[in-house]
Design a protein around this ligand. Sequence first.
Ligand code: FAD
Ligand code: SF4
Length: 534
Amino acid sequence: MNFHPQARPRHLVLVLGDQLNQDSAAFDGFDPACDAVWMAEVAEESTHVWSHKARIAMFLSAMRHFRDALRAQGVTVHYRQLDDAANTGNFRGELTATVSRLCPKRLIWVEAGEWRVQTCLESTARALGVDFEVRPDRHFLCSREEFARHARGRKQLRMEFFYREMRRKHRVLMDGDEPAGGAWNFDAENREAFGKEGPGDLQAPLAFAPDELTREVLALVEKRFANHPGSLARFDWPMTPEQARASLDDFVAHGLPHFGRYQDAMWSGTDAARTHAALRQHAFLHHSRLSAAMNLKLLDPRVVVAEAERAYRQGRAPLPAVEGFIRQILGWREYVRGIYWQFMPGYLELNELQATEPLPAFYWTGDTDLNCLRHVIGQTLEFGYAHHIQRLMVTGLFALLLGVKPQAVHEWYLAMYVDAVEWVELPNTLGMSQHADGGLMASKPYVATGKYIQRMSNYCAGCRFDPAKSTGDDACPFTTLYWDFLLRHEKFLAKNQRMTMQLRNLARLEATTRRSIRKQAEKMRSALASAPRS
Ligand code: FAD
Ligand code: SF4
């Protein structure tokens, strides 16, 4: 039984756009007879970085579906839509208006996924003089306190050790006290390229045609954020827990058996095959596309991990594929969240390599003759999606080699992906991709020449540049910038044993070649910095 919507609630439960889970701690003890829920769509969350239209739509539509599910159960939801005339456009304004009107006895929320939002909610509640309680986010398998204990006293934080602890603690892929199959890690059997023949016939992942609620949101976003990047034409993401679960089942049946082997491979269909179906298949390949559903809390990572392990135990997927997939979720996903909360807010400002270049304008349009970047950015604009290696070893790599200011790179990643939430995006960008934390997260910078991209994809086949060349008109910019990066940071990198081989190769370069590389890289930098911005 709910109560009158204007009555004074005992508890007002705040639910943010990435907290769409009725099993969360915020609902512990919730009594619909005297408690109510508050949700607000605020423009600031879409504009503090210049968000992709699909990212905005993903959050808004999932929120509206969640609101309707709560209301259908008789819960009172005070919900502010973006298109309500009185919308103040930010959390502070919206919360102040609701609290002033309803005078709840207490505010309750689960810790936000972003330091900025958590701080804003706390300072607003304090300013309003209302009692409040922040509860831990039990969506994650590792709490912030547990990660802090893991980090205490360690000189280096490495994902692999953390991951093993998680496997043992949660009894995942364990045979007694030993890891299933006798090894913690099957990387050697993973990470193949597709070869000349390409990925062959792929089963496209499950698509969800927008329902009426989603169509309303798409129209709103198209109108309100008309000048934002990205397209909504291919929007077919799961919006509800049921759809997210169906996506998981579909992935376990079709993608998981091939996941590890082709986890790093990239592919672009030929122009003739650029149908909608082919574009989707080549964008998602054997990846799960579950990140957004998990990050919005439509899907519990425990369920994802358990279903993957079940597929292995029942002989439906090989161990290297299942271990590779589980490591991403039980390992990387939990680990980056730990890093985020352990080192925020200072982490946001890190810039160990003192990179200062602006982000090239083509990151927002895909308008470049570097075929790999054109493809990955184009796919990002179309779907709001790129897989890990496309993010790390194409867009991320280019920005790192060019020397782009890490905070500019961070803003781009936070804006462009449907799964982007700061706790997961920031350590991946600043730490793993840009080495801006000086090696806190990754033991060495992820740097490579264009030959890596040539090996892992078919992008170079359609490109006017030659990945083997570092100087000259047809030199691959990645290759030029790779050597330039080593030259610029030689002293810093010399302290890192894992860079020895790369520096040894650098030492073999003639002085004249070094000069030509530096000159060509500088020319490229000034051309990109002076290109018109949108
Ligand atoms: P799959 O390849 O199917 O992997 C399965 C799941 O593992 C993912 O759904 C995701 O939840 C998890 N996972 C995989 N890799 C990572 C990782 N490095 N860190 C955390 N979780 C991981 N992921 C986000 O969810 N949001 C982001 O904003 C984000 N920004 C990134 C920025 C950069 C520069 C890089 C290099 C990576 C980023 N990632 C981010 C991690 C990763 O690229 C995505 O999680 C993945 O591509 C999502 O696609 P998928 O669901 O098909 O993943
Ligand atoms: Fe990218 Fe260089 Fe390959 Fe062209 S040649 S696709 S720029 S890696």
